[in-house]
Design a protein around this ligand. Structure first.
Ligand SMILES: [Zn+2]
Length: 309
């Protein structure tokens, strides 16, 4: 009886100390999160579908919580036509003291329902000109800091390949890194396309690499020089994500790994924005599961090498 009491008190202490242990990353960057997403489709999305003040009220405490844990930058991966809103992000960044980066590009995944009509008719070069113009002129006062695209499962259709080519042209012109939401079996094919277009592969991030269950593919893409991003870290996937990171470390490939949660967000169309998850799970629950000497590399050095300072 007594020993179990002791045990539970100790467990309680460990639990209450866990966040403080996790706090000791001096500065960190979350490379793949969302503040707001609207899955309604390119024809339907509109800022009139939500009230900015309500989104700010919901997002602000979540951002303040990670600012306290050392997060200085959140890379917001919501593409154009899925609710990208640089003014909302700028307002939150200002009030929470965290940089929030937005993106240029288009999302062909989810069977093209988030593509505007012009994406089907224009060439890769024409799309790249649009994206480069956004980088040059800014989007509503904010410069996009990376290129976000999305592709469906491999083998890639022509429209998917066009997104990758447009992203490569834009990256060569602007120096921005490409983060590609990647369907099943589509990472190696994207790598091939980029190699043909002579894009240095350190400008390519394989988003959602955790969906690939064969670690050898992770290793091959990393060895080719691209970034392998295990995002989606959460309570249900903790062990698998840990396994992915440990495998890469064992192979000497931790220098090509990014981690994040792909969480948040205000769900446009759901009452009250639906369930808005916080961004602190990675600090409180994931970091304590991996060696402390990896923390700075995974949440500070690698994000800066991948996306810039
Ligand atoms: Zn995402």
């Amino acid at each position: 009886m007594q020993s179990s009491k002791l045990y539970s008190r100790r467990a309680l202490m460990a639990a209450s100390f866990a966040p403080f242990v996790a706090c000791s990353v001096p500065k960190s960057i979350l490379v793949h999160e969302h503040i707001l997403v609207d899955f309604a489709g390119a024809e339907v999305v509109s800022r009139s579908r939500y009230v900015q003040d309500e989104v700010v009220a919901a997002a602000k405490p979540k951002l303040e919580a990670i600012a306290k844990l050392g997060c200085v930058r959140l890379i917001e991966c919501t593409p154009n036509y899925l609710g990208r809103d640089p003014k909302l992000l700028a307002r939150l960044a200002e009030s929470c003291g965290i940089e929030i980066w937005t993106n240029t590009g288009l999302y062909a995944a989810n069977q093209y329902r988030h593509l505007p009509a012009y994406a089907r008719t224009e060439t890769a070069l024409e799309l790249a000109k649009r994206w480069t113009a956004e980088w040059r002129n800014g989007i509503e006062g904010t410069k996009p800091r990376f290129i976000k695209i999305g592709v469906n499962n491999g083998p890639l259709a022509e429209l998917d390949r066009k997104m990758v080519e447009a992203a490569a042209i834009t990256s060569l012109e602007t120096g921005l890194t490409i983060a590609s939401h990647t369907g099943r079996n589509a990472a190696p094919e994207q790598v091939e396309i980029l190699q043909k277009l002579k894009l240095p592969l350190n400008k390519f991030v394989w988003v959602h690499a955790q969906n690939e269950k064969d670690h050898q593919v992770h290793a091959a893409v990393a060895r080719a020089g691209a970034w392998v991003e295990f995002d989606g870290i959460g309570p249900r996937t903790l062990d698998w994500h840990k396994d992915c990171v440990e495998f890469m470390a064992k192979e000497g490939l931790l220098g090509r790994v990014l981690i994040s949660q792909d969480t948040g967000w205000w769900h446009v169309g759901d009452p009250g924005g639906g369930q808005f998850n916080g961004y602190d799970f990675i600090y409180r629950n994931f970091l304590p599961q991996i060696p402390q000497k990896w923390w700075n590399q995974l949440l500070w050095e690698n994000p800066r090498r991948a996306f810039g300072n």
